[in-house]
Design a protein around this ligand. Structure first.
Ligand code: GUN
Ligand code: ZN
Length: 447
């Protein structure tokens, strides 16, 4: 039998079959706690055919079943996991990441809105979308829930770039018809019409999916939220994404704009925007009734630790989220967030949990960034796993990526310690390669 090794090109053979030898880590879809659902195969083989995972198991067993001539890529010493899922990120804010401001509202006015104006130019939008996707893949993120700008062309450009690479992405045109510069406004009617048009063009086109994207309650009139709610009802499998309870000043402002509602979250609820496949960024200042309501509605909290710290928004309360069973996933929130890396995001999430008296294991964070996110988004079995039948979106993590990581991970004597070292010391350098639908879409340069 011929096998390829690292030094040989390893494209799929004529049957579309390709295999990868490495440590394998994923979480099965079971109601059990993620620790028990965790599958760790120390010498594993991942078999991929035509963009899907065909087999995942012990190398010794599966190698005997491979047809002669199948290429086997040798990633021994590395760890293959499902690609990361970032549940809240703004592609138009790529060029303004790391812009200083004393909090969310001045940051939006000073940097965000002027930057987003540039997306009236589709050429610029394409250029940023390409860079943005490269950066996600370099960091091991294969699926993201992406905000575009108010311009329908910004979403069109994003979807075209993502579709051309056959990535599984969720995105939407921002809806915003008040409390923002004139140059970034749609109207309740045009926002709904353009969103519906984009749903028709892109939701389910290849691997693209649409998210209705009212930016946040203060920048939408009640009429706009009402039309958005109608679309949410008409298109049940489309996503909804927005921001909620990120910052104290924002919460005060919202409550003055929408008097009579029980809470900020309640506004979205009353407009029919809390349901499965709705994803709310931040959720820092929710109360327990809100958390209960998120759980009952099947809505997901996208926890954005680097952004919450960068903008001084507050500490997400993991313990409260857990006690009310509120679904939580991780997110970068670039450009409020300061990194595209989900490993770095885990690092910060762990510290935020510690500060609120909670302890997040590395296993739980890897679950949240893969299988857990897929489950909360209604994408179980399609992404976030290495189980047969899933789309072959996976990454190769390198525990020797830096001298320090190599030294620390050599002493790791459990899976938890190894994952913890990757989360605390890793970033884009720890991603040796990224695969989307079975195709290599990123390979780290060897230094
Ligand atoms: N709230 C409304 N818009 C935004 C945004 O672009 N970033 C963050 N972090 N919060 C928001
Ligand atoms: Zn955001």
């Amino acid at each position: 039998m011929t096998r390829t090794n690292l030094s040989m090109p390893a494209g799929p053979n004529a049957s579309g079959l390709q295999a990868y030898r490495a440590q394998l880590l994923y979480f099965r879809d079971t109601p059990k706690a993620e620790d028990e659902a965790c599958e760790w195969i120390r010498d594993g083989l991942l078999v991929v055919r035509d963009g899907r995972i065909e087999q995942c198991g012990e190398y010794d067993r599966l190698i005997k079943e491979l047809p002669p001539g199948t290429a086997v890529k040798d990633w021994r010493g590395r760890l293959i996991t499902p690609g990361f899922i970032d549940t809240h990120i703004h592609y138009p804010q790529t060029d303004m990441i790391a812009s200083p401001a004393p909090g969310l509202l001045p940051w939006l006015e000073t940097y965000t809105f002027p930057t987003e104006r540039r997306f009236e130019n589709p050429e610029y939008a394409h250029d940023v979308a390409r860079f943005f996707l490269d950066e996600l893949l370099r960091c091991g993120t294969t699926t993201a829930l992406v905000y575009c700008t108010v311009h329908p062309g910004s979403a069109q450009a994003f979807f075209e770039e993502s579709h051309a690479r056959n990535l599984r992405m969720v995105a939407g045109k921002v809806m915003m018809d008040r409390n923002c510069p004139e140059y970034l406004r749609d109207t309740a009617e045009s926002g709904a019409r353009d969103s519906e048009d984009l749903i028709g063009r892109w939701h389910g086109t290849g691997r693209q999916m649409y998210a209705l994207t009212p930016r946040f309650a203060p920048t939408s009139t009640p009429e706009q939220l009402g039309l958005c709610g109608e679309l949410a009802k008409r298109y049940q499998d489309v996503f909804i994404q927005s921001h909620v309870s990120e910052n104290r000043d924002e919460v005060k402002w919202v409550m003055s704009l929408f008097p009579g509602y029980r809470s900020y979250l309640d506004i979205y609820d009353q407009y029919g925007l809390l349901r499965p496949r709705s994803v709310y960024g931040h959720c820092v200042w929710l109360d327990d009734d809100d958390r209960r309501r998120m759980r009952d509605a099947g809505a997901v909290a996208a926890h954005c630790p680097t952004s919450n710290q960068f903008l001084g928004s507050g500490l997400f309360d993991f313990a409260a989220a857990k006690s009310f069973g509120m679904p939580v996933a991780l997110a970068t929130d670039v450009g409020g967030g300061s990194s595209f890396s989900m490993l770095l995001t885990m690092n910060e999430a762990h510290k935020v949990a510690r500060l609120s008296g909670h302890y997040l294991t590395a296993r739980r964070m890897f679950w949240q960034a893969t299988q857990g996110a897929a489950k909360h988004l209604g994408l179980t079995g399609r992404i976030g796993t290495l189980e047969p039948g899933a789309e072959a979106d996976f990454i190769v993590l390198d525990p020797k990526a830096t001298p320090l990581l190599e030294r620390r991970s050599a002493l790791a004597d459990s899976l938890e310690e190894l994952l913890f070292a990757l989360a605390m010391l890793g970033d884009d350098r720890a991603i040796a390669a990224t695969y989307a639908a079975g195709r290599e879409v990123h390979r780290r340069e060897e230094g």
